[in-house]
Design a protein around this ligand. Structure first.
Ligand code: ARG
Length: 460
């Protein structure tokens, strides 16, 4: 067996079970790029500070580039007995270039090294998720552009409430996604500080320049407190929280579309490209992608809970428990990227069934609140208007008709203030036209917001 990098004080080697149980190489090899980047920056700094020679630095750089090349060509052997990505690369570098490699770990610990790698990795992941969020927003906005003027029932309590423009509804999801992207950017700002040089926990007496490595790796600044630097995982918790919120938004979108695709609603039809069938029922066409978006949100929430629970009882500073922080992050990122991608594909492959939607609009007295507003315009206090319209609705319910079917006489028998202009307020088309407040479903308002999104998202 090869001696461990930390093996000096040990007389016996670890058991196979312990080796298998404590390894992280099986998953943290995903950090190889960041690990190499960090090591190169560290070596440059060590050379500038006179801690290693320039030829040592150059040979470390060349060796690391060669290792990166081998990894990317599948020629690199990842070894479980070398435990994690850091020791795999360092040991391979020693195999490759000999003595100079042994100087690379000067004024560095795996504790600050792993966090440098991990912050760099999360930073890239945030950018990738942000791009996918934007792509989904674009798909939703395009869907809205294709469905100008379509009125749908708006629901509260999943009961029919008021008529809204389909565009308005789609843009609601675009707004949510914008906040999701904003949360990720906030998180990115806070995580972008460099732990490298914090070493094990206390810093070092060697003359390193942490500002140099921080700048080389595009961090804002070095982290100020070395103990905090190796203990902190709140950047991970924050990142996974942001992902969890995004996942919940996507789950709600999924639920909406699954419901709308049902026979009972029938408001939308997904194309075959985004549907799957049943192994027993030949007629079935299911909206599985959006069901799985809803389902996979559970994993993303679970990943956050794993991280929170992992950190809950930990004393300062580094504890080996923290090695468990990576898989939930990898899982969360992979899952959320998939959810965003497939939601966008679904959006690009659905048709809203305008006829079916139109036919459904008369049900549910969607114009009742507009009628109450009509009475307010006639100087009736709103509470009284509410009561008058409630009585009109009761008449409709017993006659199985709509508000617009009531004659002026019938309306006047409920309250004398009704006039023939009331019919300009009844029916869903009229009702939608009356909305004018900022942020409302009124067509001018929705058109202007749609225009803003087209500009913001650079849709051509
Ligand atoms: N693989 C370890 C992790 O992910 C790296 C840090 C190990 N540090 C230590 N002192 N054992 O946390």
């Amino acid at each position: 067996k090869e001696a461990k990098l930390w093996g000096g004080r040990f007389e016996e080697s670890v058991t196979d079970a312990v080796e298998r149980f404590t390894e992280s190489i099986s998953y943290d090899k995903a950090l190889y790029k960041q690990d190499i980047l960090g090591s190169k920056a560290h070596a440059s700094m060590l050379a500038k500070q006179g801690l290693i020679t320039i030829p040592d630095r150059d040979s470390i750089h060349q060796g690391l580039s060669e290792i990166e090349r081998r990894i990317e060509n599948g020629e690199f052997e990842w070894r479980t007995d070398r435990e994690d990505v850091h020791m795999n690369i360092e040991a391979a570098l020693t195999d490759l270039i000999g003595e100079p490699a042994k100087k690379l770990h000067t004024a560095r610990s795996r504790n600050d090294q792993v966090l440098t790698d991990f912050r760099l990795w999360c930073r890239d992941a945030i950018d990738a998720i942000g791009a996918k969020i934007k792509h989904l927003q674009v798909s939703l906005v395009k869907l809205a552009m294709e469905n100008e003027g379509v009125i749908v029932p708006g629901y509260t309590h999943l009961q029919r409430a008021q008529p809204v423009l389909l565009q308005h509804l789609l843009l609601a999801f675009v707004e949510q996604l914008e906040r999701d992207a904003g949360r990720l950017l906030d998180c990115r700002v806070r995580l972008n500080f460099c732990p490298l040089g914090a070493c094990a926990l206390a810093g070092t007496g060697l003359p390193i320049d942490r500002f140099m490595t921080s700048a080389a790796l595009d961090f804002t600044a070095p982290m100020k407190n070395s103990i905090d630097a190796v203990s902190d995982r709140d950047f991970v918790m924050e990142f996974l929280s942001a992902n969890a919120i995004t996942a919940i938004h996507l789950s709600r979108l999924g639920e909406e579309w699954v419901l709308w695709a049902s026979e009972e609603f029938g408001f939308l039809t997904p194309s075959d490209k985004v549907s799957t069938g049943s192994s027993i029922m030949p007629q079935k066409k299911n909206p599985d992608p959006m069901e799985l978006v809803r389902g996979k949100s559970a994993r993303v929430v679970g990943d956050l809970v794993t991280l929170l629970t992992l950190c809950k009882g930990l004393p300062l500073a580094y504890n080996r428990d923290l090695q468990e922080d990576k898989e939930p992050v990898f899982d969360s990122v992979k899952t959320i990227l998939g959810m965003l991608e497939v939601s966008a594909e679904f959006a690009q492959n659905i048709t809203f069934n305008r006829e079916r939607i139109q036919k459904s609009l008369p049900a549910g007295h969607l114009d009742a609140t507009t009628l109450a507003d009509y009475l307010v315009k006639k100087a009736i206090p709103f509470r009284t208007s509410h009561d008058i319209v409630g009585r009109a609705v009761a008449v409709c319910v017993s006659n199985s008709c709509q508000l617009q079917d009531l004659s002026l006489d019938e309306l006047r028998s409920i309250h004398p203030v009704f006039d023939k202009d009331v019919y300009e307020f009844l029916g869903v088309e009229n009702s939608v036209k009356k909305f004018s407040s900022y942020g409302s479903t009124g067509s001018a308002c929705v058109a202007s917001q749609l225009g803003d999104w087209v500009t913001k998202l650079e849709i051509t």
